[in-house]
Design a protein around this ligand. Sequence first.
Ligand SMILES: CC(C)(COP(=O)(O)OP(=O)(O)OC[C@H]1O[C@@H](n2cnc3c(N)ncnc32)[C@H](O)[C@@H]1OP(=O)(O)O)[C@@H](O)C(=O)NCCC(=O)NCCS
Length: 214
Amino acid sequence: MTELAAYWPPFGLTLTTPRLVLRPIRDDEIPAAVRAALSGIHEPGRSPFSNPWSEAPAHELGTNMAQWYWRCRAGMTSEEWTLLLGIWHDGQFIGCQDVEAKNFPTLKTVTTGSWLRQDVHGRGFGKEMRAAVALYAFDWLGAEVAESEAAAWNRQSLGVSRSLGYELNGVTRASWGGNAQDVQKVRLTPVTFKRPDWDLKVKDHEATAKYLGI
Ligand SMILES: CC(C)(COP(=O)(O)OP(=O)(O)OC[C@H]1O[C@@H](n2cnc3c(N)ncnc32)[C@H](O)[C@@H]1OP(=O)(O)O)[C@@H](O)C(=O)NCCC(=O)NCCS
């Protein structure tokens, strides 16, 4: 455990899958996250995000990302929290998997969001990292529901959801970056979850759970 993790326990948390390491992004890793985002996440002009953050000019993107990471960490309470997990494969930073909860003590529900560098799409990493956080949420944090959503055209994200057993949970219309977007909501429970055939390794869960009031 790093010395800082003694004060902010999520910095000690590490989830390990067969090919990936997931852990909260530290400040000295923000540049790697920015480089990964700048290398391209999606087709230009076709943002898959409700807030088109990845399309900001290069000189603003890093500032926005750093401020977003700091804001999420600074705002965490046992009621509302966001774990911004970086994804490493063979020691390379390849993307992010977020897990967020609002009123967790009552709702026992997490929502997730994710992105990967475009050059590693389609290799099963998206499914592996979402499976990792579903396992962590259900088996370690005691979540009862995991929700997600994607633009109705986002076959990659909805492919990950379908493949893990998420059920369709309605379509809503929202303003994404000022444009009307049909958004497909999806929902996973421990009953519908198609568990992977590997075990999740978790390091330093207890301190993080205590910090989150779990
Ligand atoms: C969404 C994302 C994280 C998925 O990761 P990925 O590594 O590309 O996806 P995977 O290779 O793990 O695919 C998982 C499943 O989706 C399916 N899938 C992937 N791309 C697909 C496509 N274009 N059409 C249909 N199914 C697709 C795969 O077949 C696989 O299902 P299977 O295991 O049953 O065969 C990644 O593509 C990404 O970063 N996209 C841009 C950002 C984004 O859209 N984020 C989500 C915002 S809601």
